[in-house]
Design a protein around this ligand. Structure first.
Ligand code: BES
Ligand code: MN
Ligand code: ZN
Length: 531
C-alpha cells in the first residue's frame, strides 16, 4: 500500500502527503449474523430471490420478515451494486443490517462478489458505521470456494473504502470504517477463510499502491519520483531495484526514452525491479518481465494535445503503477519465481529541446524510427523497455500501457484490449484476467497492417494513422520483442474512472495489478489455493 513510501520518508512535492487509511482491524471472527455485536452486519441477496435463505434468511427471521417485505414491495431486487440499510431497533445486537445485491446467479464470480462487498462497505461508511461485520459473499449458492469468497469480499471491502487523501482534501465529513470482521457461524472453515482474507489484504494494498501513484498530480509524481517508488520496493525480501538515470540511459543508447524526455525539464528514469523468489537464483532467467508505460504527464509534446481533458494525462503512468503494485504483491506472497518489473518513466512535454515530427531516432535495439507524431510517445519508451527486458533474459513478456485513445473508442471503460504474438501465452494472460475478475478482450495483430508503419527514412514510423490505431501501436511494439512470447495490454480505457465504478472510487483504478498477480501465481504453479 506504499506504506514503504511513507516509511522511506520520500518527501512530497506540491501536495501534502497523506497516507490512505485501511481499517485498523481486519480479522476473521466466529459469530452468527444475528448475534454479532457490530455497527452493521452485511448479508446478501441474489437477483430474483424472493425468500432468502442462509444468513440473509436468518436476519430476515430475526427482524420479522422485513427483508422479504422489502423484496415483495420492489424496494430490494438484489441487483449488483444495490444496497438496503435496515435499522434493527434492538432486535439484534448489530444496529444495522446492510443487504447487498449480488446480481444474477448466472455469471456470478469473484468480480461480482467484490463489487457487492465494495457497495456494502461504502453504504456502511455513509451511515457512519465504524465496526462492520460481513459474511463471505458467494460461498454458499454462489459456488465460490471459501478462500475465494473471503478474498473477493475483503478485497472488495478494502478497495471500495479506499479514497485518495493526499493533497489535504476534506473527507466529506465521513468517518472511516475502523474494524472489518469477516464472520462465519462456525470455526470449520476458519483456515480457508483466513487464507483468503490475508491474500485479500496483500492484493488490495497492491492495488492501492497503483491507485495512489496514479492519483498524485504530475508536479508531484515526476519520473524520478516514480522511479523512487519502484526503488522503495527494495525493502521487501527478495527484491532488488536498479534505477538507470539520464546519464546512463544516454551512454547505453536508450534512444526512445531519451527522445520522449527531451522536451521536458524532468529527467527520465528506467527502473528495473528484480524479484528472486524461493527456488530461483541470480543466474536464473526471469520467468516473466512485467513492463509498464510510465508517462507521468503526456501533453503530446510538439504534437500538442487539445486542452480539453489534458489533466487526465497525469494517469498516463498507470501501466507502470500496475507493474509496481503487482511486484509488491508478488514479493509479499513470496511466489517461487523470478520476475522482472521494468518501469520506463518520462514526461512528454513540448520544450525547446523536444523531439519533433520528422526526426529520426535510434532505439535501444538499434532500429531507427521516423517520428511522425510526438504524441505517440508510449510505444517509444516501451520499445526500449521491452528490448531491455529481453536482453536481461526474460522468458516471457507482458506490457501494460495507456497506449491509445483508439482503445477507449473500441472497448470503452470496462474492458481492456490485449494483443499478443503467441496464442498459448495470450491464453494464459486471458485466463489470469478472467480469474482476477478484470475484463480483457483480445484483438488481432493483423500482419498486413505492418505496412502502415513503413517509412521512407527509417526502419519504421511511430504511427500508422487513425484506422486500427490500437493494433498499429501494438505492431510497432512487436518489432522490439523478437520471438519472445509477449502480450500487450492497452489499458487506456480502464486505468482511471471519472465516477465510482465497481470497486473503484473516482480516479486511478489499479486495473491490471490483479491480473498480473494471478498470472504470476499461475506460472508459479500454485494454482491459486484450492480454486
Ligand atoms: N496516452 C495517450 C493515449 C490515451 C489517450 C490514453 C486518451 C488514455 C486516454 C497516448 O500517448 C497517445 O497520445 N496516443 C495517441 C496515438 C496517436 C498519435 C497515433 C492517440 O491515441 O491519439
Ligand atoms: Mn501521447
Ligand atoms: Zn501517452
Amino acid at each position: 500500500m506504499l506504506q514503504w513510501w511513507w516509511d522511506a520518508g520520500i518527501e512530497g512535492q506540491g501536495v501534502r502527503d497523506v497516507a490512505p487509511r485501511l481499517p485498523a482491524e481486519i480479522a476473521f471472527r466466529v459469530a452468527s449474523v444475528t448475534e454479532v455485536d457490530a455497527d452493521a452486519v452485511v448479508v446478501n441477496l441474489f437477483e430474483g430471490v424472493r425468500v432468502p435463505g442462509g444468513a440473509t434468511g436468518a436476519v430476515d427471521a430475526a427482524l420479522g420478515g422485513v427483508i422479504r417485505d422489502a423484496i415483495a414491495c420492489g424496494e430490494l431486487k438484489g441487483k449488483l451494486g444495490e444496497t438496503l440499510v435496515i435499522h434493527t431497533l434492538g432486535r439484534m445486537p448489530a444496529r444495522r443490517v446492510i443487504v447487498t445485491g449480488l446480481g444474477p446467479q448466472e455469471g456470478f464470480g469473484r468480480r461480482a462478489a467484490r463489487e457487492a462487498s465494495a457497495a456494502a462497505l461504502r453504504a456502511a461508511r455513509r451511515h457512519g458505521c465504524r465496526r462492520v461485520a460481513t459474511i463471505a459473499h458467494g460461498a454458499g449458492i454462489g459456488g465460490l470456494a471459501p478462500e475465494e469468497a473471503a478474498l473477493a469480499t475483503v478485497e472488495g471491502a478494502l478497495l471500495g473504502l479506499y479514497r485518495y487523501r493526499a493533497g489535504g482534501r476534506e473527507d466529506a465529513g465521513e468517518r472511516d470504517v475502523e474494524a472489518l470482521w469477516l464472520i462465519d457461524r462456525t470455526d470449520q472453515q476458519r483456515a480457508r477463510l483466513e487464507a483468503g482474507l490475508e491474500r485479500a489484504r496483500v492484493i488490495a494494498e497492491a492495488v492501492i499502491t497503483a491507485r495512489e501513484l496514479g492519483n498524485r498530480p504530475a508536479n508531484d509524481l515526476t519520473p524520478p519520483r516514480l522511479a523512487e517508488a519502484a526503488a522503495a520496493l527494495e525493502r521487501l525480501e527478495g527484491v532488488q531495484v536498479e534505477v538507470l538515470d539520464e546519464v546512463i540511459l544516454r551512454e547505453r543508447g536508450f534512444g526512445g526514452v531519451l527522445a520522449v524526455a527531451a522536451g521536458s525539464a524532468q529527467p527520465p528514469r528506467l527502473a528495473v525491479i528484480t524479484y528472486t523468489g524461493p527456488g530461483r537464483g541470480p543466474g536464473d532467467p526471469a520467468d516473466v518481465a512485467l513492463v509498464g508505460k510510465g508517462v507521468t504527464f503526456d501533453s503530446g509534446g510538439i504534437s500538442l494535445k487539445p486542452r480539453e481533458g489534458m489533466e487526465d494525462m497525469k494517469f498516463d503512468m498507470m501501466g507502470a503503477g500496475a507493474v509496481i503494485g503487482a511486484m509488491e504483491a508478488i514479493a509479499r506472497l513470496r511466489l517461487p519465481l523470478k520476475v522482472l518489473g521494468v518501469v520506463a518513466a518520462v514526461e512528454n512535454m513540448p520544450g525547446g529541446r523536444a523531439f519533433k515530427p520528422g526526426d529520426v531516432i535510434t532505439m535501444y535495439s538499434g532500429k531507427t524510427v521516423e517520428i511522425n507524431n510526438s504524441d505517440a510517445e508510449g510505444r517509444l519508451i516501451l520499445a526500449d523497455a521491452l528490448a531491455y527486458a529481453r536482453e536481461l533474459g526474460a522468458r516471457r513478456l507482458v506490457d501494460l500501457a495507456t497506449l491509445t485513445g483508439a482503445m477507449v473508442i473500441a472497448l470503452g471503460h470496462e474492458v481492456a484490449g490485449m494483443m499478443a504474438n503467441d496464442d498459448a501465452w495470450a491464453g494464459q494472460v486471458a485466463a489470469a484476467a478472467e480469474k482476477a475478475g478484470e475484463a480483457l478482450w483480445r484483438l488481432p495483430l493483423v500482419p498486413s497492417y505492418r505496412d502502415l508503419l513503413r517509412s521512407e527514412y527509417a526502419d519504421l514510423k511511430n504511427t500508422g494513422g487513425r484506422p486500427a490505431g490500437s493494433i498499429t501501436a501494438a505492431l510497432f511494439l512487436q518489432e522490439f520483442v523478437g520471438d519472445t512470447p509477449w502480450a500487450h495490454l492497452d489499458i487506456a480505457g480502464v486505468a482511471w474512472t471519472d465516477k465510482v465504478r465497481g470497486d473503484s472510487a473516482k480516479g486511478a483504478t489499479g486495473y491490471g495489478v490483479r491480473t498480473l498477480v494471478e498470472l504470476a501465481q499461475a506460472l508459479a504453479g500454485a494454482g491459486g489455493e484450492g480454486r
